[in-house]
Write a protein that binds this ligand. Structure first.
Ligand SMILES: [Zn+2]
Length: 407
């Protein structure tokens, strides 16, 4: 476990460091006014702590009332009224009226995120393809497309950029930010620096980057209710297995998210060699790609239907391996809550349905029982997280040319 984490850091050190700002794997929120000097971000117009906090709360709880905002933030109701008024003037939020279902009393006035003339772009680089999503400020999907990185990757990316630009000008929306997710365990076959450079030339907006696992975890955190535990382990079974630990912060503040190499926990010292340099990692036996291969499915990104045909004889062993890996990470990090995302929930249940049963009864070092649940965000979680995260400057700012360290 420890050696995996170290090799991950060393790897980032040699490849992913962006001009001295820091490794992509550990991601603290940046203040968006510091994001990209010379480019004015939409949210840099929010000047006070109260404004930023209230916008974040409305974004997370679309259709909230002013009274509820005051209760959640601890701000006085007159402060909330004033700040909401300013956000309405800036056209970032709007009022909606919900009919009162009781016979007496006025209709309920709620506040929702508006700013529908704006949009944010989330891009996720994977080993074989790139996913692109455009979302509204409230995270709602507007547009999605993908690029294959096999074959003539450069031409494919250029074609997609033309396509995205075409969509943007046709929609008449103003792009306010771009978030780019990259694989935590990238190999040099993925042209990350070239890719980032070609995307960065396109738009005069703030760019941030983080790992795919961080952005998927960010999307998940947005769906978690405020009374939930302070921290949780998020595990992403997309093609391979990735993960992040989410330390939730007081309301109105972005979470701290750090990559955890959930797929590279060694469970068999005599096992197959892994991309990370170790042997017998959990990813080699339990990831969706590994299961698909074991079931004789050859495609690089197996479909939901293909994965649902993986026989139980394979999923039982994989789920046992996964349980071993997850409980050891949960022990090291001392988190009792685990959320498993990645493929759609029915696929995850087909592959790893016995996880809750197998993990039940495990106790973390602080004495809490382990609890695992399945996410329903699906494979687009990372791209949506990148788009919404970018609005808040979540990630490492990409404001200078990316240079790979060659030592
Ligand atoms: Zn590994």
């Amino acid at each position: 476990m420890i050696s995996n984490l170290l090799s991950h850091e060393q790897f980032l050190d040699s490849w992913n460091r962006i001009d001295g700002i820091g490794p992509i794997g550990s991601c603290r929120p940046q203040h968006f006014s510091e994001m990209d000097k010379g480019v004015i971000s939409l949210l840099s117009q929010l000047q006070t702590e109260g404004e930023r906090k209230i916008f974040w709360v409305i974004q997370k709880h679309d259709g909230i009332s002013r009274t509820e905002i005051a209760e959640l933030t601890g701000l006085t109701s007159s402060a909330v009224t004033q700040i909401v008024k300013r956000l309405i003037e800036m056209d970032l939020v709007a009022e909606t009226e919900t009919p009162n279902t009781r016979s007496v009393g006025r209709n309920r006035i709620n506040v929702v995120v508006s700013g529908h003339q704006y949009c944010s772009l989330g891009i996720v680089m994977r080993r074989w393809d790139v996913q692109w999503v455009v979302t509204r400020l409230d995270g709602q999907l507007l547009y999605t497309t993908e690029t294959l990185l096999t074959g003539s990757a450069r031409e494919n990316v250029a074609a997609t950029l033309t396509q995205v630009n075409g969509w943007l000008s046709q929609s008449g929306r103003e792009l306010v930010s771009v978030g780019i997710g990259i694989p935590t365990f990238a190999t040099k076959s993925i042209p990350i620096p070239e890719f980032l450079d070609s995307v960065r030339e396109q738009w005069q907006v703030p760019y941030v980057t983080s790992s795919n696992a961080c952005y998927a975890a960010f999307a998940e955190e947005r769906t978690v209710v405020d009374s939930s535990p302070h921290s949780f382990l998020y595990v992403f079974a997309g093609g391979g297995i990735g993960g992040a630990v989410v330390r939730r912060r007081p309301l109105g503040e972005l979470p701290d998210i750090h990559v955890v190499e959930a797929g590279h926990v060694g469970i068999d010292p005599q096992g197959e060699p892994c991309i990370c340099g170790n042997r017998g990692c959990v990813e080699l036996s339990a990831s969706p790609i590994a299961l698909a291969r074991a079931a004789g499915i050859r495609s690089l990104s197996p479909t939901k239907n293909e994965l649902c045909r993986v026989p139980e004889s394979l999923t039982v062993k994989a789920t046992q391996d996964f349980t071993y890996g997850l409980t050891s990470i949960a022990n090291v990090l001392d988190v009792s809550d685990v959320i498993l995302g990645g493929y759609d929930e029915p696929v995850l249940r087909h592959l790893y349905g016995r996880l809750p049963q197998l993990m039940n009864g495990h106790i973390t070092p602080s004495g809490e029982p382990l609890f695992i649940r399945f996410s329903n965000l699906g494979l687009q979680a990372a791209a949506v997280g990148a788009a919404v995260g970018a609005i808040h400057g979540f990630g490492v700012p990409v404001s200078t040319p990316l240079v790979a360290n060659q030592h």
